[in-house]
Design a binder for this molecule. Structure first.
Ligand code: SAM
Length: 517
């Protein structure tokens, strides 16, 4: 058997059937499955389908992007949960017993309702008390027909002597036979029905084997993936030993391979910053440096640069976050303080990620703090030279959000837009909701992972049509219209006391803001 899928999205994609077989043999619904070599996410997709929780890991961003799209875009069958009213109903039907009336909690750990095959043994036939009852029940149907057959053909057949078919070459007998064949047909129909009822009774009373790969499903329901998060951790930088037992720093070039002589991560970022400038939602708001960036010996501020604002030259301090990891609000505050003390007009921070609390921090005293998100392509370092410099540094401001408390003591969120920095005037202004592609709410944020509990998709590029295409299904327009909105559906106050709102623009940049409610 081959181990590669035919319609592949990944060159080394594993056949789902193989993963499925292993997973069904080794786990139960609700178990946790770990695949440390995610690839296109076959294990995650199969686990999602079969109600197993999953964690998957890969070193490649391409693999993770493929896996995320694969799990999110798929439709899964809706299997009947044993711990549900429909499940109890089905179980009753299959075992020919009165459905359980125990309260149900929808716990997946109780498994699904599965098809099963009986083990028919002599014991299961001999001990079955229903057979006699069924037999008696059918006698009043069968006996009169047997009599009619015997009368038509002048026989004295017992039940076990009645043939399936009867023919004659005697011309005188033909009329009786034609009549008798009709009776024969009728008798066998009833006889087979009686046997089926007896067989079903034996099967229901016999021991059986569950077919764990054949749960009953509700064909009228479509299931999509449950919530999951994609996390990236700062990989630990490993140090190696060379042939002389000396520590090897991977950042130092060896035999001409590695970063340029004297150029570290920060040097590479500054070089790209100089040629790419800082992009914002609108092209005209791009910050183009008139000089620099050149090195500046601060503790946080590592470079300075100049750009023009309304004809005046502004002096910007540059702070660069770690190569792997997230910039937190205290880092930004310290960098802004250093910039302010040194007389800079503005702080431009560049980082791959900012923590949630950074989004609210946009000014320290007179010094505006611009947070530019660095494109992950910058990880490619020198390779980038061949691929053009699109949006390498993008400022995506704080979302402009209203928290509305309803009369029923519920909460609604309205997103009004995203703040943008106008480099020409130095002002921060609110951009309308047009710049937002979609926005999500975690209505009970645990300060660790953002769970999308509400999702809203705003106007551009007909998201309704895209969703219809990827789900391959008709979507209830009324339900959809509640998702195509800049105002959320009302929800209860969170137990954690916190909610988080994530806003994503059309370039895929995202910003998250946490609210205490
Ligand atoms: C053969 S593929 C897995 C294919 C996957 N089963 C599927 O169906 O698509 C192996 C994957 O492991 C990843 N990988 C290689 N070394 C790794 C490591 N040290 N840690 C995590 N993932 C790694 C590769 O990037 C590649 O995506």
């Amino acid at each position: 058997m081959g181990t590669a899928e035919r319609d592949k999205v990944y060159v080394v994609q594993t056949v789902s059937r193989i993963v499925q077989r292993c997973l069904l043999m080794a786990t139960d619904p609700g178990d946790l499955v770990l695949d440390p070599t995610c690839g296109s996410g076959t294990t995650a997709a199969v686990a999602e389908q079969w109600g197993r929780r999953w964690i998957t890991v890969d070193t490649s961003r391409v693999a993770l992007a493929l896996a995320r799209a694969r799990v999110m875009g798929a439709r899964y069958p809706y299997y009947l949960l044993a711990d549900s009213p429909e499940g109890q109903q089905k179980e009753g039907e299959v075992t020919r017993t009165i459905p359980s009336s125990q309260p149900t909690y929808g716990k997946i750990r109780h498994g699904f309702v599965y098809e099963r095959v009986p083990h028919i043994t002599l014991k299961s036939i001999a001990n079955n008390r229903e057979i006699d009852i069924i037999w008696e029940k059918w006698q009043p149907n069968l006996e009169p027909i047997r009599k009619q057959i015997n009368e038509a053909l002048g026989k004295d057949w017992h039940e076990w002597q009645i043939p399936r078919e009867y023919a004659t070459e005697d011309l005188e007998e033909v009329r009786d036979v034609v009549e008798a064949v009709g009776f024969l047909h009728e008798w066998w129909k009833a006889r087979v029905a009686r046997q089926k009822e007896i067989d079903a009774s034996i099967a229901a009373g016999a021991d059986f084997e569950f077919l764990y790969d054949k749960p009953y499903d509700d064909k009228k329901k479509v299931r999509v993936a449950g919530p999951f998060t994609v996390e990236s951790l700062s990989p630990h930088r490993t140090l190696g030993m060379d042939e002389n037992d000396e520590l090897v720093d991977p950042l130092q070039p060896r035999n001409g391979v590695g970063p340029k002589e004297g150029q570290d991560f920060v040097g590479m970022i500054l070089e790209n910053l100089q040629s790419a400038g800082v992009q914002q939602a609108h092209k005209e708001d791009r910050i183009v440096f008139t000089s620099g960036p050149t090195g500046w010996p601060g503790h946080y501020v590592c470079a300075e640069a100049r750009y023009d604002e309304s004809g005046l030259s502004k002096r910007a301090a540059i702070f660069i976050g770690p190569e792997f990891g997230t910039v937190s609000r205290p880092d930004l505050v310290a960098a802004a303080r250093e910039a302010g003390d040194a007389g800079f007009d503005v702080l431009i921070a560049c980082a791959f990620n900012y923590d949630a609390h950074s989004s609210e921090f946009d000014k320290l005293g007179r010094v505006p703090v611009l947070k530019a998100r660095m494109n992950a392509d910058l990880h490619m370092g020198d390779e980038l030279k061949n691929t053009g410099k699109g949006n390498l540094f993008v400022i995506f401001g704080e979302p402009d959000i209203d928290v509305i408390y309803t009369a029923d003591d519920e909460i609604q969120i309205k997103v009004k837009g995203v703040d943008v920095f106008d480099p020409k005037s130095g002002e921060v202004r609110s951009d309308g909701a047009d710049g937002i592609a979609c926005w999500f709410i975690d209505t009970d944020y645990n300060e660790e992972s953002f769970f999308v509990r509400h999702a809203y998709f705003l106007g551009q590029n007909d998201p309704y049509k895209s969703l219809k295409t990827s789900l391959k299904a008709e979507i209830n327009e009324e339900a959809w219209s509640t998702l195509n909105s800049d105002v959320s559906r009302p929800f209860n106050k969170p137990e954690s006391g916190r909610i988080a709102v994530k806003v994503i623009n059309h370039l895929g940049d995202e910003v998250m803001k946490v609210f205490r409610v």
